[in-house]
Design a protein. Sequence first.
Length: 109
Amino acid sequence: MHRKLVKTALATHGQAAPTGAVVFDQDALLPIALLSGCAVYPAAGPSPLDVLPYGTAGKPAPGTFRLGVSPGMVKHEGTQPLFWAVELMEQQHNPARHTKGDDTPDDGE
């Protein structure tokens, strides 16, 4: 998952891949919350396809997250408005723990 997080950020990064210490520009797509096996990304729309970076050929960028059920692919867990995530973070909660809905327990995984 760590490699896919970095490759997703690099695919949306406006410059060439950095060497040494990794510093991304403002255009890089970075998660706003993480939990074991769950990453929460801001998106322009409600579809999980709005998060995926695409290459010049219109296909998903190589090495990034891909939606599906096969091994190595990810599934969509839920969509929430950004305001919802900001409110949770202001209350010191991790939005990645609550993406499926309010019935998810707050303690443990």
